[in-house]
Design a protein around this ligand. Sequence first.
Ligand code: NAD
Length: 250
Amino acid sequence: MSGDFDGLVAVVTGGAAGIGAAVVTRLLEGGARVAILDLNIDGANPSALAVKADVSDLASVTAAIESVASELGGIDIVVNNAGIGAQGSVETVDEAEWARVFSINVTGMARVASAALPYLRASSNAAIVNTSSIAATAGLPLRALYSASKGAVLSLTRAMAADHLREGIRVNAVNPGTADTPWVGRLLSSASDPSAERAALAARQPHGRLVDPIEIAEAIAYLANPRNKSTTGTSIAVDGGMQELRLRPI
Ligand code: NAD
C-alpha cells in the first residue's frame, strides 16, 4: 500500500538479491527510506542506500548499522533476511560448516538486531522481521544444518519478541516455501536439464508453482507495518499451504 512506511527507515540484510530485493522494492514503494546490508551490493536497488557488510562479522555489522543510522537519521525496521543454504545429514556436514551457517543464519540476525536496538528503542514504530523457512518445521531430507538454523530463527524470534515487548519493539518471522530467487536458480543450474528440473520443482510445490519473492515481501511488509501494533512473536507461512495443511514436503 502506497505510503504505509512514510517517514520510516528500514534496514534489509541480504537486500541486494532475491527475497531481500523484493522487500526493498516493497518498502520503497511504501515510502520508507531503505538501507541494504549485503556481502555483494552489485545490482542493489539504486533508490536504496547500499552498504557492503557481512552479517557473520560483528565489526562489519556494527559499522554498517552506525553508518545507516547516521546517514538516514535512525532505524525503525530491521528485516533480517540474509541467509545461506546447506545440504547434507549430520554425518556429512562438518563442524566448520555448522559454525559458518549458524554464524550467518542465526547469530547474524542477533548481531544485526543487537546493533540496531538502540535506534529501534528511539522509534515509535519499531519492528524486526526475521526470514525463517518451511525447513524449520517440515523435516526436509538432507537439510539437517539448514533446518536447525531456521528452527533457531523461529525460537530467536519468540525470545526477542518477549525481551523487547515492553519497549514497543515487535519481532516476527516469515516462513517461505521454495521461492524463485537467484539461490534456487543456482541450485537448478547444476541440473543436467535446468528448465525441466525447474518445472519438476514447481510441480512438487503444494500449489504447483514456486513462491514469487513479491509474495514474501508482502508478508514481511504486513509484519513490519506500523498499523499492526499487536502482532508480535509469531510467523507467517508463505508456502502455498505446505505448513498449515501438513502437505508432503518437497
Ligand atoms: P539469495 O541467495 O538469492 O539472496 C541472498 C542475499 O543475501 C544475497 O544478496 C547475498 O549476497 C546475501 N548474503 C549472503 N550471505 C550474506 C552475509 N554473510 N552477509 C550479508 N549478506 C549476505 O537468497 P534468497 O533465496 O533470496 O533467500 C533469502 C532468505 O530467504 C534466506 O535467509 C533464506 O534462507 C530464506 N529462504 C529462501 C527460500 C528460497 O526458496 N529461496 C525459502 C525459504 C527461506
